[in-house]
Design a protein around this ligand. Structure first.
Ligand code: NAD
Length: 263
């Protein structure tokens, strides 16, 4: 383990353009459960997974009903808004400050990378703390809308201030396309990077799980190092997509790597 941490630090220091891909495992140490880990929301409650698959369909069928359900049902937003970044998030900030880490592409919707202080974050699956126009993809801070008032006046859904389209949560639901701006920017980061640090993801959700595979395909043509940090092996480990796997908690391993890089 120590040897792999030294190796990762050395390779990061030598890299020209390192990026991190992160998943729900990054935030379990902040008290937000993942989906598919041993204590994951879906591991424990497969029904919740089936329900989640309905959200986008519900929005398309009846945006008003979607909004009423979001505002009156159980909200994740409350749980997530009190969550604080953990040492793993802070280690990625430290790596960005050294100039080594150029970007974090995250599947997480919890805003914790931004809260920690990471400057360049691509929210691949959207951000729970933003609204997005279904038509023009403009993002809005929810505080720009008096949602309780719209609910009380029976004026939901909220409408876009740019094009008057219907707003939804910025969160990308199942069966919803990745917003084109984020999808494109993420592809460009993968194209540019020479080191990819993959942290806390089961790498089973597509198209995100394509990103490490696309990076691996470049190995024949140019220098590319793929390092995986996770609590358990994943398909990337088993298929040899990652060059090596560091088993453990991101909140423990990443600060050790960042500490070595600083030395
Ligand atoms: P996942 O639940 O499929 O997999 C998480 C992986 O992280 C598992 O392999 C688990 O063993 C590992 N893990 C858990 N805690 C860890 C830790 N402390 N250190 C290292 N590894 C740890 O998550 P995913 O691959 O990101 O896919 C889930 C989808 O659900 C994503 O698309 C994401 O948008 C969404 N999601 C987001 C959040 C969040 O925003 N925090 C939480 C749950 C789910």
């Amino acid at each position: 383990m120590d040897e792999l941490i030294f190796k990762a630090a050395r390779q990061l220091s030598q890299s020209k353009y390192a990026i991190a891909l992160t998943g729900a495992g990054m935030s379990t140490e902040s008290g937000i459960p993942d989906f598919r880990g041993p204590n994951g929301v879906w591991t424990k409650n497969p029904d919740a997974e089936r329900q989640a698959y309905q959200s986008y369909y519900k929005f398309q069928q009846d945006p008003k009903a979607y909004w009423i359900e979001r505002m009156t049902g159980l909200s994740w937003l409350k749980d997530f808004s009190s969550a604080r970044p953990n040492p793993g998030h802070l280690a990625l900030v430290a790596l960005e400050k050294t100039g080594i880490l150029k970007c974090v592409v995250t599947q997480n919707i919890d805003n914790l990378h931004q809260k920690a202080g990471s400057q360049r974050v691509l929210d691949y699956h959207g951000n729970l703390f933003l609204l997005r126009c279904y038509h023009c993809d403009a993002r809005f801070d929810p505080s720009e809308y008096d949602l309780p008032e719209l609910l009380a006046r029976d004026e939901l859904p909220p409408c876009c201030k740019k094009c008057n389209g219907v707003l939804k949560s910025d969160v990308v639901h199942f069966n919803e396309a990745i917003p084109p701006d984020v999808a494109q920017a993420s592809l460009e980061e993968v194209e540019r990077c020479d080191l990819m640090l993959i942290c806390g993801t089961s790498a089973t959700v597509y198209p995100f799980a394509m990103l490490p595979r696309m990076a691996a395909e470049k190995k024949d043509k140019r220098k590319m190092t793929i390092i995986e940090i996770n609590a358990e092996p994943t398909p990337l480990t088993r298929e040899g997509i990652s060059d090596y796997f560091i088993e453990g908690k991101t909140g423990v391993i990443l600060p050790r790597i960042a500490g070595e890089v600083k030395k």
